[in-house]
Write a protein that binds this ligand. Structure first.
Ligand SMILES: Cc1cc2nc3c(=O)[nH]c(=O)nc-3n(C[C@H](O)[C@H](O)[C@H](O)COP(=O)(O)O)c2cc1C
Length: 366
């Protein structure tokens, strides 16, 4: 097993004011372990601190609900509104900085999938996986647009207040912002629906509102995806032209870094070439990109558990994507839940010692 210390993945990286000791990003992962008032516990602070102490370059937080009105799906998802909530995240930032890492909160509005759901259009949602009914989705009205923009602005101000190095807008996976892009979920006939320009309008309004709030130099990441949690096969960008329109619009609205959420980073985005959605997004926008999806994990076609001897995978093909300049940063999700020490293990070539991920690991914060 070869030592990867010299690999570009483990070299420092900077973009504008953002300076990272290496190119490994902790992917945002909801853990639903805050107190019901949205305040962080000591265990959550220690969970992020442990990844920073183990050399993760940039920690993106679990999704943080931007308000307690419509944004959340469960009240144990943390928030960043009240003094107590802000104080909790300040402790995380201080701990991450003390360990040499950088931190970005992920701002999340669950939209159609919220406990009190709103979306671009009214909808009846299928039951939850446990069979319980979901409430009807209410179509957003002018007051809702104003309220949601203000919630994002407040969270962005508080992201700065706690000393974050950047912030990430969760625009992926079928939640509020993503649902505006989807012609299936967005059937509006006003300026926020219909043409691709109209469907992009609200997510871009959120980006511009946050950019105005944080000033010109504070780094903004935007996470987007083709897929959504209730339809892994959804396609929003049918080819490079449609993707280009979107990523260029994000850049022009003030996004600095694209976080391209794919379920498998090595999957080709379009039939015409083997390139990933992340590589395409980088080339078409000229912006740096974070790639994500099954890094060091079994690459099966479905979600059935892998045979034990294949549970962890050599991350070499991903390291090569960084070396080849296809992507800039690599986000690691489930493998970092199972292995707080993912960076030292992979950097020293000991990827075979990685603990396989399993859902049982989600019950505790370790
Ligand atoms: C338990 C869990 C919670 C997640 N929560 C979020 C989230 O809050 N925000 C988000 O953008 N993605 C979320 N994701 C998706 C991950 O960020 C990541 O994109 C996905 O797990 C693929 O990366 P991986 O194969 O390395 O795990 C979550 C994934 C998992 C497994």
């Amino acid at each position: 097993m070869s030592d990867r210390t010299r690999s570009l993945l483990f070299q420092p990286w900077s973009h504008g004011t953002l300076r990272l000791r290496n190119r490994v990003v902790m992917a945002p992962m909801t853990r639903r372990k805050a107190a019901p008032d949205g305040i962080l516990t000591d265990a959550i602070v220690a969970y992020y601190e442990r990844r920073a102490q183990n050399d993760v370059g940039l920690i993106v937080s679990e999704g943080i609900s931007v308000d307690s009105l419509h944004a959340y799906d469960t009240l144990t998802v943390p928030r960043l509104e009240t003094p107590g909530q802000v104080e909790g995240w300040r402790r995380v930032v201080d701990a991450v900085h003390a360990a040499g890492g950088a931190f970005a909160p992920q701002l999340w509005h669950t939209g159609r999938l919220a406990a009190n759901p709103i979306g671009p259009s009214a909808a009846t949602m299928p039951p939850r996986p446990d069979g319980t009914a979901r409430p009807e989705v209410r179509a957003m009205e002018p007051d809702d647009f104003r309220q949601v923009l203000e919630a994002y602005r407040l969270s962005a101000r508080n992201a700065i207040e706690i000393g974050s190095d950047a912030l990430e807008i969760h625009g992926a996976h079928g939640y509020l912002l993503d649902s505006f892009l989807s012609p299936v979920n967005n059937r509006r006939t006003d300026e926020h629906g219909g043409s691709p320009e109209n469907r992009m309008r609200f997510p871009l309004e959120v980006v511009r509102a946050i950019r105005t709030e944080v000033g010109p130099d504070f780094p903004i990441l935007y996470r987007f995806s083709q897929w959504k949690v209730d339809d892994y096969r959804e396609i929003k960008f049918r080819g490079p032209d449609e993707l280009e329109r979107w990523v260029v619009a994000l850049r022009e609205a003030g996004v600095d870094i694209l976080h391209v959420s794919t379920r498998d980073l090595l999957d080709p985005a379009f039939e015409t070439s083997p390139d990933s959605l992340a590589a395409w997004s980088r080339r078409l926008s000229g912006l740096p990109v974070v790639g994500v999806g099954k890094v060091s994990l079994f690459r099966g076609m479905d979600e059935s558990p892998p045979p034990p001897e294949q549970a962890v995978a050599d991350p070499e093909p991903i390291l090569a994507m960084v070396e080849d300049g296809e992507i800039d940063l690599v986000a690691v999700g489930r493998a970092l839940i199972a292995n707080p020490d993912w960076v030292p293990l992979v950097r020293s070539g000991r990827w075979r010692d990685l603990v396989p991920y399993s859902r049982e690991l989600l019950t505790e914060l370790r």
